[in-house]
Design a protein around this ligand. Structure first.
Ligand code: NAI
Ligand code: MG
Length: 502
């Protein structure tokens, strides 16, 4: 089984001046070095080369950023302006993202590795759309008037209403798989509700968040409303999560760190939302449109090099079509062009980092050692950069780590099932509950399974469909709360009840 290699890797010359300038922290509207003066290396995952240096923020920088966010929240123009004014600033960020779409997509390709066309069509377009969607909500945040009964005060009359107020200063910690888009998912609702923010991008991929910080400033968002501190999780991230003057923390990343975030929040009981790992079942019934389902199953796992929390990594195939589907997905995997994201023929780029590359290779070895068989792929590519072959595993059994744990790479375990009862048990046999896919022509069966599966998102005859309007988040250990849609606003609001004796 061979994987074809796309190799042209030409970093666009337009990026060179951006990369050469110092990559600093955005605190109170100014770009500053880390107080320690330290920087860290930023790598190109296609070559393993260092491409930039970013400021390594730590607790002292987080303190400064939180103080700026607090001042902007309590006294700054942000908290005093009308929702309509706020909305226009947020809309402007969407416009600026669109105007800089090529450069932002190039930064994602360079820093994360993903194909440029994907970065532009998905990451950048969805990020712009998220700001516009949330700009629309800024003017539609309303409380209620509530008729009261009050049994112990007969004859009294009250006028009661609720106010929806921004929660305050929010800490946002994001991962590296969709660097710009995760920043948009976080900043959009926080800005729409009138919060102020300290954003901590992932250390693997700080570049597009830094560029976004420039665009946020260009859009006219007042100083201190959006602060960006690049740095490591154990230092900058942990300081933000435990900070006593942060009212809420929103985190996307591993379930392991999600649990640390909960612990860190206990000091001041800040509110917490979490979007964590997944091991999502993707189910193909024998009455599905097989060609569509096969292509969909491949896309569900190979999109973004498999570094997707909702990836369809457990593929359940009804036994009568098992061989045909495995052969189909394996053929797609074997023919995928893997290579530099800057090569237009590339369909799959490198993994994001050496650490992730080693983690995925470790899972491959563990799966093969435990008796799974590679119907396609099964190993790293023999070249520089963090490239792994798109892999389809057969003969995987429920207790194997490749079936139980999130691999976060282009590796799918394909398993047969006989009937619905057996399937439902398997589908929900996971500590995670982020997403599920169902492929069938029988709509009743599809809706029944959609109801039975414990997952925050269910895709029927499609996969990986994301939209600013559609809530996303997890059951079980896949997280707390929902992002996107109007559900996301609640994460950033407090409800105040006001009761007047008439
Ligand atoms: P991670 O959870 O360590 O990193 C995510 C973010 O959390 C980064 O910004 C990191 O700097 C920060 N962070 C790390 N430790 C922290 C701490 N103690 N306090 C506060 N912030 C902290 O994820 P990592 O190590 O990059 O990837 C490990 C695995 O996590 C992946 O293989 C994948 O399974 C999962 N993951 C899930 C993601 C998702 O979208 N749900 C995204 C990234 C990773
Ligand atoms: Mg980690």
């Amino acid at each position: 089984m061979s994987t074809s290699i796309a190799s042209e890797h030409t970093v666009p010359s337009e990026l060179k001046s951006f990369l050469a300038s110092p990559k600093q922290l955005l605190i109170n509207g100014k770009w500053v070095n880390a107080k320690s003066g330290k920087t860290f290396d930023v790598f190109d995952p296609a070559t393993d080369d260092v491409i930039a240096q970013a400021a390594e923020g730590n607790g002292a920088d987080i303190d400064a950023a939180v103080a700026a966010a607090r001042a902007a929240f309590d006294g700054g123009p942000w908290s005093k302006m009308t929702a309509s004014q706020r909305s226009r600033f947020i809309w402007k960020i969407g416009d600026l993202i669109e105007a800089n779409a090529d450069q932002l997509a190039q930064l994602e390709t360079l820093d994360n590795g993903k194909p440029f066309a994907v970065a532009k069509a998905a990451d950048v377009a969805l990020a712009a759309d998220m700001f516009r969607y949330m700009a629309g909500w800024a003017t539609k945040i309303e409380g209620n008037t509530i008729p009261l009964n009050v049994p112990y005060a007969p004859g009294s009359e009250f006028h009661a209403y609720t106010l929806k107020e921004p929660i305050g200063v929010v800490g946002q910690i994001i991962p590296w798989n969709f660097p710009l888009l995760m920043a948009a998912w976080k900043l959009g609702p926080a800005l729409a509700t009138g919060c102020t923010i300290v954003l901590k991008p992932a250390e693997q991929t700080p570049l597009s968040a830094i560029r976004l910080g420039e665009l946020v400033t260009e859009a006219g968002i007042p100083d201190g409303v959006v602060n960006i501190v690049t740095g490591f999780g154990e230092t900058a991230g942990a300081a933000l999560a435990s900070h006593d003057d942060v009212d809420k923390v929103a985190f996307t990343g591993s379930t392991e760190v999600g649990k640390l975030i909960i612990g860190a929040a206990t000091g001041n009981l800040k509110k917490v939302t979490l979007e964590l790992g997944g091991k999502s079942p993707n189910v193909i019934y024998d009455d599905a449109d097989i060609d569509t389902a096969v292509a969909g199953a491949a896309d569900a796992i190979f999109f973004n090099q498999g570094q997707v929390c909702s990836a369809g990594s457990r593929l359940y195939i009804q036994s009568g079509i098992y061989d045909e589907v495995v052969a189909g997905v394996s053929e797609i995997a074997s023919n995928m062009k893997v290579g530099s994201g800057f090569d237009p023929s590339t369909q799959m780029g490198p993994l994001v980092s050496r650490e992730q590359f080693e983690r995925v290779n470790g899972y491959l070895r563990a799966g093969l050692d435990a008796g799974a068989e590679a119907a396609a792929g099964g190993a790293a590519l023999d070249r520089s950069g963090y490239f792994v072959q798109p892999t389809v595993l057969k003969n995987a059994t429920p207790e194997m780590s490749v079936v139980r744990e999130e691999i976060f790479g282009p590796v799918v375990a394909a398993m047969p099932f006989e009937n619905d009862n057996e399937l439902k048990t398997h589908a929900n046999d996971s500590t995670y509950g982020l997403a599920a896919g169902i492929w069938t022509r029988d709509i009743s069966k599809a809706h029944r399974l959609a109801k039975a599966v414990k997952a925050g998102t269910v895709w029927i005859n499609c996969y990986s469909i994301f939209d600013a309007a559609l809530p996303f988040g997890g059951y079980k250990q896949s997280g707390w709360g929902r992002e996107m849609g109007h559900a996301a606003l609640e994460n950033y609001l407090q409800t105040k009840s006001v009761c007047v004796n008439l």
